[in-house]
Design a protein around this ligand. Structure first.
Ligand code: NAD
Ligand code: GLY
Length: 352
């Protein structure tokens, strides 16, 4: 069992607990502190864990959304808020989000907005949600075709991370979480070493159970120092600019798989600008171990041009990248749009 605490600049405190049997042994006890709680999940997670949740929590209002990023919308948010209002939730009540990052982001935003903010308890059920999205208080829905365009920071009161949920997780979703874990490895030597030592076990449930608290500890340190992403927290965008470039163009892979590809490409960009070649080779080997093999990629030039148009990334025809540089070190690089496109095309050609 591991616990972590984050207190942000506005003294909002978030506690994170990693242990098994969360639903049966912990959540019910926590909910006794509230007059009423309401549970939000998605249909896939609810099919797998709804019976167990209801057995553990007793009589609790429930709203489920359709699973998937395409439903991370203002419409789903409004439907959830309506269900919370119909259930008569009050300011001192709480919302429990049981699911992956989509449920956590939509539910976190609903909790932030409802009566100007009620308590939110995150029970992340995917690897990505446990190591990344449930920690740190970022909430959002997609809007006008732009990911996470509308959202706020609202720290969850509790995050309960139980590795038992991984037993039902498809390999593709594990790979998705590994994308953010390898990214953390590029920033944190302890995670990097653990990944390298276990390169042939990346999908083993026992390994995943061990690596989650390490990742939460790392992310909690970053969020404690910079909860609102004024500076340091931007390091968590490592590999993401190029990941978004390919993700925007062809959405066949999961976000985490694009992060692994983006990290691989940006390691190459870094190498050409003084990055530590031997270390970057090792990082790229980790990306490939998590990916299995480098997938066929769409037209790199088109992807690069799309990234340069992304309203959240750039301005003035330039693009900002957070690239791995050396063991535990990253650099912020600003490249001209043409230079970025040339690099992405070059690297795409070299690996194909
Ligand atoms: P997700 O929530 O869509 O879950 C992936 C799939 O796995 C879904 O179909 C879901 O129903 C299913 N699932 C969930 N738990 C399961 C389980 N235990 N067993 C079997 N199936 C299960 O996706 P995700 O990868 O968890 O999260 C991605 C989202 O997180 C994106 O919207 C991304 O923008 C967001 N995100 C947010 C932050 C943040 O800081 N808030 C950080 C990273 C990512
Ligand atoms: N996932 C990046 C962040 O939380 O800042």
């Amino acid at each position: 069992m591991r616990t972590f605490t984050i207190t942000d600049e506005s003294s909002e405190t978030s506690r994170i607990l990693c242990r098994r049997d969360i639903l049966e042994r912990v959540l019910g006890e926590t909910l006794k502190n509230y007059r009423q709680a309401f549970l939000f999940s998605d249909e896939t997670v609810w099919r797998l864990y709804g019976t167990r949740a209801l057995r553990a929590l007793g009589n609790i209002g429930v709203f489920t959304m359709k699973a998937g990023e395409e439903h991370k919308t203002p419409e789903t948010l409004l439907s959830l808020l309506s269900a919370m209002a119909e259930a008569g939730l009050h300011r001192n009540d709480c919302l429990v989000c049981l699911g992956g990052g989509v449920v956590g982001d939509v539910g976190g935003l609903a909790a932030a907005l409802y009566m100007r903010g009620i308590d939110c308890i995150q029970v992340p059920t995917t690897l990505l949600a446990q190591v990344d999205s449930s920690v740190g208080g970022k909430t959002a829905v997609d809007f006008c075709g732009i990911k996470n365009l509308v959202g706020v920071f609202h720290q969850p009161k509790w995050v309960y991370a139980d590795p038992a949920f991984f037993a039902t997780l498809p390999a593709r979703e594990v790979r998705c979480g590994l994308g953010e874990i390898v990214k953390h490895g590029a920033l944190c030597p302890e995670i990097f070493d653990t990944l390298e030592q276990n390169r042939d076990k990346l999908f083993d449930l026992a390994f995943l159970a061990d690596i989650v608290p390490l990742n939460i500890a790392f992310k909690a340190d970053i969020v404690r120092a910079d909860a609102k992403e004024g500076g340091l927290r931007k390091c968590l965008n490592l590999g993401h600019t190029t990941a978004h470039a390919f993700e925007l163009l062809d959405g066949r892979l999961s976000h985490g798989e694009y992060v692994l590809i983006g990290t691989y490409f940006e390691a190459e960009i870094s190498r050409a600008r003084g990055g530590d070649g031997a270390y970057l080779d090792r990082l790229q080997r980790l990306c490939l171990a998590a990916l299995g093999e480098m997938p066929a990629l769409p037209d790199a030039a088109q992807a690069a041009r799309l990234a340069c148009l992304d309203k959240k990334n750039t301005g003035r025809g330039r693009i900002v990248l957070t690239v791995p540089f050396a063991r535990g070190e990253y650099r912020l690089l600003e490249l001209g749009a043409d230079e970025y496109e040339r690099e992405i095309v070059r690297i795409g050609r070299e690996i194909s």
